[in-house]
Design a protein. Structure first.
Length: 505
């Protein structure tokens, strides 16, 4: 055993091993989540103590050569353990405290480099020239390098990915049909965690040779990912109307993880046999929720198309297979008319009308479904129709200088928007769907036919409108947007002007 070894083994080795054990114990107590990373350190420390005890036993038996080997083993293990705990403290404690977060590959490469440096130093201190050792084993080195070319490719790939910032921990990536968040970049592979909480291991060399997508936040800008949803719409629908409906259905809805700016946009992609192919594009703010958000946007788009009476398109061959005779069509129409007439009966404005006039109104009802979060009508907008709620719940919200106030909740059988239908004035409140809401919509044309047949109805309706407006005003007394009371005579005059009726008709 050399003099440098014997001089270091007793006090220095003991101090180094004890200090390493104390640091490892403190780290385990303060950071329990690093317990797995400490396994190598504890294993090396145990080897140090075992080798030291065996060296003492060999010394007591007079086995000088065995004693030297064991003490050198204890020395190597103690220094190696100190390198392990030092690297762990720097990369897991010190740098995170300084808000510097490096991938696992940086720690692995640093540990490997320090371990190799210590091995070369130990060989030189032991009297062995490492250069001669490498020169005599050139063939072995070449064989080992050839056998480890895949491993070396993974290591160099991981280093290159980090040096050029092409892949960062925490970013969302897409590899062919796989997408997930980068959890860590190690010396051999990159860990990607999918939405299903599956950890996918991708070799770094594969990432260097193939193309992948990275969803990266630009400096000073939010993270946005443009999604594209496709719809086949009946070719009889006017393209501009379809585009406007798709965009408005998303813009007017409060859908989680959908950016308001940039807004949604729709384009006509192509024209097929029996349908037109449209694409609705919107910006997603969190890639983790792409499928649920796509589904919510589709629901709003489909209900928007349904409200406008726009049918989805199918290939022409399928349409020819469908057969419906006149009898079945009449039966279906009669059932729908009965349903609409029952809905008219629910409205106090029209409950006293003769059956024929109720049928006239029912024939002009349009099915208008909304999904939860949709804006049914917006304060200040002009729309000449009335809504009747068949099923669901909606809230009435008023925006004023005092802020936004919810003044009412609407349920099955209630109606709203009568002022827009009867006087043409802008909406006095915003109505939003709290749950999925199924409505019928009555337009000005249908009610105008009834008024033309019986002008005296205008005065009765004006009286009911005044009562409704008084109730609405009472709910708004606590807000700064409370409207002044309106007399039935004033409403009657406005109705007659809106429908082009002469006063006194």
């Amino acid at each position: 055993m050399t003099s440098w070894t014997s001089g270091l083994l007793h006090p220095a080795l003991l101090v180094l091993a004890l200090l390493t054990a104390l640091l490892a114990g403190a780290l385990r107590l303060l950071r329990p989540n690093h317990q797995r990373a400490l396994r190598a350190t504890w294993a090396l420390l145990n080897l140090t103590w075992c080798a030291q005890l065996l060296a003492l036993l060999a010394a007591s038996q007079g086995h000088t050569l065995l004693e030297g080997i064991l003490r050198n083993t204890a020395h190597v293990c103690a220094v190696w353990a100190s390198i392990q705990i030092g690297t762990l403290l720097v990369f897991r404690v010190l740098l995170p405290a300084l808000r510097v977060h490096l991938p696992q590959i940086a720690q692995d490469l640093t540990l490997t480099a320090l371990t190799l440096a210590w091995g070369l130093l130990w060989l030189r201190l032991a009297g062995v020239d490492p250069t001669q050792l490498f020169a005599t084993s050139a063939i072995v080195t070449a064989v080992v390098a050839f056998a480890m070319q895949d491993t070396l490719g993974n290591v160099m790939g991981g280093v290159a990915l980090q040096l050029d910032n092409s892949l960062r921990v925490g970013e969302w990536v897409q590899l062919d049909d796989l997408s997930g968040r980068v959890a860590d970049v190690r010396w051999r592979y990159t860990e990607i965690v999918t939405r299903n909480c599956e950890t996918v291991v991708v070799p770094n060399s594969w990432l260097m040779k193939n193309r992948f997508k990275v969803l990266r936040k630009r400096p000073g800008e939010p993270l946005l990912w443009r999604r594209m949803l496709h719809f086949h719409v009946d070719q009889g629908a006017l393209p501009n109307r379809v585009l406007r409906t798709l965009e408005q259905a998303v813009a007017d809805a409060s859908i989680a993880n959908v950016a308001t700016q940039p807004g949604p946009s729709a384009v006509l992609m192509e024209m097929g046999a029996g349908y037109h192919h449209y694409c609705l594009r919107y910006w997603l703010t969190d890639p983790q929720f792409d499928d649920p958000t796509d589904s919510a946007v589709r629901v709003h788009a489909l209900t928007g198309l349904a409200r406008e009476g726009i049918r989805l398109g199918v290939p022409l061959a399928e349409r020819l297979v469908t057969h419906e005779d006149e009898h079945s069509r009449n039966a279906r129409d009669q059932r729908e008319l009965a349903r609409r007439t029952a809905a008219i009966h629910r409205i106090a404005l029209f409950a006293s009308l003769p059956e024929a006039e109720q049928h006239t109104l029912a024939a002009h009802l349009v099915h208008a479904p909304f999904v939860a979060g949709s804006t049914i009508t917006r304060q200040g907008s002009v729309a000449h129709w009335l809504y009747l709620i068949l099923h669901g719940e909606a809230e009435v919200v008023v925006d004023s200088s005092a802020g936004r106030t919810t003044v009412a909740r609407l349920h099955d059988g209630e109606f709203f928007g009568e002022m827009g239908l009867l006087t043409g004035e802008p909406r006095s409140a915003t109505v939003r769907a709290v749950t999925d809401v199924e409505c019928y919509r009555l337009d000005k044309e249908g009610f105008g036919l009834v008024l033309a047949a019986r002008p005296a109805l205008a005065e009765e309706v004006a009286t009911l409108l005044a009562q409704r407006r008084a109730e609405f005003t009472a709910r708004m007394q606590q807000t700064a947007a409370a409207a002044p009371p309106v007399r039935s005579k004033d409403l009657l005059a406005r109705m007659q002007a809106f429908f082009g009726m002469e006063p006194g008709d």
